[in-house]
Design a protein around this ligand. Structure first.
Ligand SMILES: NC(=O)c1ccc[n+]([C@@H]2O[C@H](COP(=O)([O-])OP(=O)(O)OC[C@H]3O[C@@H](n4cnc5c(N)ncnc54)[C@H](OP(=O)(O)O)[C@@H]3O)[C@@H](O)[C@H]2O)c1
Length: 295
């Protein structure tokens, strides 16, 4: 993904790589090594978050890579505990300090709770100030997306959602398409779900192309127009997950993968019986994490 002519154009005119590298649930040392491996393999989009507690490690790996800052598309995310105009403005400055950079390419609101409109205004001003190049959200439902559409001065460029063959998010995608918002996919290869890797339809397609199931799934994402963010700490997987640009899935194969949709989200499965209010409380009624305590 080192050739920028392969990057996509967002609705704000900025360019974004067609696949990224996610660093969720990685300890700082692990994250620094995996990010180093990913940048060496050719990934140019790195996806972290305040909540992952590894932004400093990402920053170290970026600097050690020797790559010019302009070659890397860096994403991070702000948690609801920092939403609100003033709190978000302060959180953006702390984030930049931890990452050791003077701008992020994409800043996302991590989940839909709290004063996300105030947070959005702070992100718009950070964009005006050059601290952020593109803005968006993650884990927003239709009411919050429409609220942003109605009140934003600067439209969202990206929505990061759970999306994989078992959960294809058609309804949210239709709302995003109204404003040409780019879909990024988390849990792109099923968050390690062995059942997905064992799907006969995927195994057949993989065998016919001489590729792995993971590669077929990632190729499906790219052909759907999504930006998948696979995570791996295994150097072989890191390389293999990028080796998806020398083959194409046929219309029939794309349809066979679309037919795997069960409309079941892993994320929602973990929240069975939890109300929206209880879910919000999990993010808002908590002590503020000491993000600066990370290695
Ligand atoms: N916005 C949000 O709320 C949110 C939530 C969750 C995640 N995310 C983002 O999305 C990224 C990806 O999510 P995720 O890590 O949970 O899910 P994922 O990328 O779908 O799954 C990662 C798992 O798949 C395995 N894997 C990766 N490539 C493989 C391959 N080629 N063959 C076999 N196994 C492979 C990894 O194991 P190995 O390490 O052994 O390869 C790991 O166990 C995160 O890192 C984060 O950046 C965002």
């Amino acid at each position: 993904m080192t050739d920028k002519s392969t990057w996509r154009t967002l609705n704000d005119g900025n360019k974004i790589p067609p696949i990224g590298f996610g660093v969720f649930m990685m300890e700082p040392d692990e994250c620094e090594k995996a990010t180093t491996d990913a940048l060496a393999a050719g990934y140019r989009l790195i996806d972290t978050a305040n909540a992952y507690m590894n932004e400093r490690a990402v920053g170290r790996a970026m600097r050690a890579s020797g790559l010019d800052r302009s070659e890397i598309f860096l994403t991070t995310k702000i948690m609801p505990i920092d939403f609100g105009y003033e709190k978000t403005a302060a959180a953006i400055d702390s984030t930049l300090a931890r990452l050791g950079t003077d701008y992020v390419d994409l800043l996302l609101l991590h989940i839909r709770f709290g004063d996300y409109l105030g947070a959005w205004r702070a992100m718009e001003e950070a964009l005006d100030a050059g601290k952020v190049r593109s803005i968006g959200f993650s884990n927003f439902e239709e009411p919050q997306i429409r609220d942003i559409y109605e009140h934003a001065r600067i439209m969202p460029a990206v929505d990061q959602i759970e999306c994989h063959p078992y959960f294809q998010e058609h309804a949210i995608r239709a709302i995003l398409a109204e404003k040409d918002v780019q879909v990024e996919c988390y849990y792109p290869v099923g968050h390690g779900d062995a059942r997905l890797f064992a799907e006969p339809a995927l195994k057949d397609i993989a065998a016919s192309h001489g590729k792995s199931v993971a590669q077929v799934i990632l190729r499906w994402h790219v052909q759907e127009g999504f930006i998948p963010l696979p995570k791996s700490t295994n150097p072989e997987h890191i390389k293999a997950n990028l080796d998806i640009f020398d083959f194409s899935l046929t219309d029939e194969e794309m349809s066979a993968i679309r037919a795997l949709d069960t409309d079941r989200s892993y994320f929602a499965d973990n929240l069975e019986g939890v109300t929206e209010e209880q879910h919000a409380a999990m993010f808002l009624n908590v002590e503020h994490p000491d993000y600066d305590a990370q290695k």
